[in-house]
Design a protein around this ligand. Sequence first.
Ligand SMILES: [Zn+2]
Ligand SMILES: [Zn+2]
Length: 175
Amino acid sequence: MASAPADLLRQRGIQVTAQRLAVLRAVAGQPHITADAVAEAVRAEIGAISLQSVYDALGVLVAEGLIRRIQPAGSPARFEDRVGDNHHHLICRICGRVVDVDCAVGSAPCLTAVDDMGYEIDEAEVAYWGRCLDCLAESRAPSRPDPPTRRRQQRIARTEGPTIPSTNRKENPPD
Ligand SMILES: [Zn+2]
Ligand SMILES: [Zn+2]
């Protein structure tokens, strides 16, 4: 974030409060942070704040375009201060880690739908789902139980028989 948080708020005509500043700093300090984690960070900084106040502050900042809200399927909402660039996300199915990935080509080509059906499109949200490096490494390590989540795109080499212990199963690493 280039400008000071207080200036950002003032520029948008948002009343500057300690809570909003702390919320903004929490989001800036930890991309893709959840509201719960924001509340924790804010409490550490300025003391007691209700979760509702955190949600209210997040809502104002999102509405004013200072932060962006994403909500991957099966995850609580997450907030980031990298806004306006139509970037996308890599999301780990196993641990839920979210990282930024730039738009595939150019600045925001994904905004150009083949047929916009008359909608005024302002955002294209792309989530690349898979497994992060850590979870891949864990899934390859011996004598670890299989991760709980299974999705169709994971290729699993199944050994014959219905009751093979999970530790005897092997997974094919991606090529
Ligand atoms: Zn992971
Ligand atoms: Zn992001």
